[in-house]
Write a protein that binds this ligand. Structure first.
Ligand code: PRX
Length: 635
């Protein structure tokens, strides 16, 4: 059982060296000893970043659900696999054992099969955080269908775009969802989306909020009715190592969302191995990640990573503020959570509400705290360390991305000394480098540059669905023979990494990646708008918030600007979702442009951040005179 569970710093360095000196033999050993294969691989790794092409465990045959469920039945059949905590605490938690999970996934596989879903078909899952979401994911994986989970906060238009891009044959959804004291009518969002999706042949609807909804004859069916008839036995489809497991959309700086494709074997090995070590998971732990499964964090560290280790993973349907701001801590106390993994935005929001909510609860079960999704500021880090971890639970600040599939830079708890705001050291097998603007690697410590990875790891996304060229252009063209992350980072005197943020036009708002171009497209759809530019500015809870500069076609004083602001945000909500709404909208006479007509966002960013002492050289602008006007009216 060597190298699977790292327990101290020296061991980390030793295993790290092995993983980078001899990656093939290292991953061969991990994969051989800790997973269930129908057939072993012919070759551990082949790769070429110029194409780009990466293959891990080529020739191997497996099904990931046999690793996440079947192999635990003999020893952990009655252990809770998924601990479901509902939106309303009065409803009571549900414990779904590995045995229950096995039967429920099998039943759904039989339903999928009866609806004509088979290997390679795409299934869109648009569900709230209820057990059916994890079960749907696993059923797709078991039958060999490719799941594409769309976060249930996205609008009908955003959902339709994603369904059409990967030509999903089926949508799995619910009648609605709970969000604190509110309910959301998910089914009608699906109905609206499907007006534009001819590829979808069937819709399975699970009952959650028991509301009256419309069912379309010949297309929509109640999932519970179909499940009742279905057998609870299903033999998993044998998959090739490099068969796609799922597609997950992430925002790019331009254009359509990118459907990142993850494949089976490498993703399984890496998500499981990172889970074990980053959370130092032990058999009786109760692990809770508060992310939504609609994002990669939920895929890798609520579903696949924990289940592959036979863990108990908590799924929380609600929000941190309902019924009050003590909800997270109440859950920690109630289920005796041992590892707690959340986002800086949640920490900041809860810190703002004061420690009274924390102090009412016994948090002594906690051993390890985690954070992910955006840089954590020093204040939030200390609040988390002092009040939640009581200075005894190490904080793992985990840096990674949808594209990386698993955690890339992180402390190993109880081994790596932590340092506020630093993700610290690369995980086993990960070779980060910092590059300068001329494409040269910056050697040595105390450096600052663009973060790239120079060697493949098992869970790297293999392509963008239907657009390999975009995959190459986005990740493998900025620097030769490197994967470019889009992030800036610095390396301190001991080699610890600190992620400083995006260096492209992606803005992270409350931990959600938002590309500016699609939001600008939405704003420009308003008939009164001539053009717009969106930038981020610092926000004390969300990390960043969105600032829109909008030039109107007619600048008549008579216009009601407040109404216009509402209308613009309404269009954004319809096109993308409420997460992309603009916090501030400033109406401008014009936008600063370069002589080639490009909007100078650097200047707009500074104005939005109230950092106008040094705007840099504006003399090359086509219209430098507009800058003062924008500054005078800044919000
Ligand atoms: O900018 C980095 C930031 O989130 C981006 C990836 O977002 P997404 O694909 O949605 O995945 C988020 C969950 C893995 C990164 O490019 N990011 C993520 N984790 C951190 C972070 N920034 C700083 N520190 C982190 N720990």
């Amino acid at each position: 059982m060597s190298n699977y569970h790292i327990k101290h710093l020296e061991e980390y360095f030793q295993v790290y060296r092995k993983s980078t000196n001899k990656p093939e033999s290292f991953w061969d050993e991990i994969a051989t000893e800790h997973f269930l294969w129908r057939k072993k691989w012919d070759k551990v790794l082949s790769w070429d970043f110029t194409k780009p092409e990466v293959k891990w465990f080529e020739g191997a045959k497996l099904n990931i659900t046999e690793n996440c469920i079947d192999r635990h039945l003999a020893t952990r059949g009655d252990k809770t696999a998924i601990l479901f905590e509902p939106n309303d605490p009065k409803e009571g938690a549900q414990h779904i054992t590995y045995k229950d999970l096995y039967h429920r996934v099998n039943k759904l596989c039989n339903v999928l099969k009866s609806k004509g879903i088979g290997k390679g078909d795409r299934v869109c899952i648009y569900l709230p955080m209820i057990p059916e979401l994890a079960i749907s994911i696993l059923a797709c994986a078991r039958i060999g269908a490719i799941h594409s989970v769309v976060f249930a906060g996205f609008s009908a238009t955003a959902l339709a775009t994603r369904i059409n891009d990967s030509e999903c044959k089926m949508v799995i959804t619910s009648d609605g969802s709970y969000r604190g004291a509110k309910t959301i009518d998910l089914k009608s969002i699906v109905d609206e989306a499907l007006e534009d999706c001819s590829c979808v042949k069937s819709v399975l609807v699970t009952k959650r909020i028991q509301t009256e909804i419309k069912m379309k004859e010949g297309r929509d069916e109640w999932l519970e009715v179909l499940l009742e008839e279905a057998s609870d036995q299903f033999v998993a489809t044998v998959m090739d190592a490099e068969d796609p497991l799922f597609i997950l959309y992430t925002s790019g700086s331009t254009g359509m969302p990118k459907g990142m494709v993850h494949t089976t074997a490498g993703y399984m090995v890496y998500s499981a191995y990172t889970f074990k070590n980053v959370f130092q998971y032990k058999e009786h732990d109760i692990y809770w990640c508060t992310a939504d499964i609609g994002w990669i964090t939920g895929h890798s560290y609520i579903v696949y990573g924990p289940l592959a280790n036979g863990a108990t993973t908590v799924m929380f349907e609600g929000v941190p503020s309902y019924p009050d701001y003590g909800r997270f801590w109440e859950i920690v106390e109630k289920h005796k959570i041992t590892q707690f993994y959340t986002a800086p935005t949640a920490i900041r929001a809860l810190a703002k509400e004061g420690v009274e909510h924390v102090e009412k609860h016994d948090l002594s079960s906690l051993k390890i705290l985690g954070t992910v999704g955006e840089p954590i500021n020093e204040e939030a880090w200390h609040w988390y360390d002092d009040n939640i971890g009581k200075k005894k639970s190490p904080i793992v600040d985990t840096w990674w991305q949808t594209e990386t599939g698993g955690i890339m830079i992180t402390p190993i708890p109880f081994s790596t000394p932590t340092k506020p705001t630093y993700a610290t050291l690369p995980f086993i097998g990960i070779q980060p480098v910092l590059m300068d603007e001329n494409g040269k690697e910056i050697e040595g410590n105390q450096a600052d540059g663009r973060l790239c990875i120079k060697f493949p790891w098992p869970s790297i996304a293999r392509t963008i669905w239907g657009n390999h060229k975009r995959y190459k252009d986005t990740y493998f063209s900025a620097f030769e023979n490197m994967y470019f992350t889009g992030d800036g980072a610095l390396r301190d005197e001991v080699g610890y990494y600190r992620i400083t943020g995006r260096v492209d036009d992606v803005i992270i708002v409350s931990g959600h990646n938002l590309g500016t171009a699609p939001i600008e497209d939405a704003v420009n759809e308003h008939p009164a708008v001539s053009e717009s530019a969106i930038v981020g500015f610092p926000h004390d809870v969300k990390g960043n918030a969105l600032y829109g500069y909008v030039t109107l076609k007619e600048t008549g004083e008579g216009r009601n600007h407040d109404n216009l602001r509402k209308e613009i945000n309404q269009i954004i909500t319809e096109q993308i979702g409420p997460i992309a709404k603009l916090n501030k909208i400033q109406f401008t006479e014009g936008l600063p442009k370069t002589r080639s007509g490009k909007i100078m966002r650097r200047i707009l960013r500074k104005i939005a951040s109230k950092d106008t002492s040094n705007l840099g050289d504006t003399s090359t602008l086509l219209n430098p005179e507009c800058v003062q006007g924008i500054m005078d009216k800044a919000l």
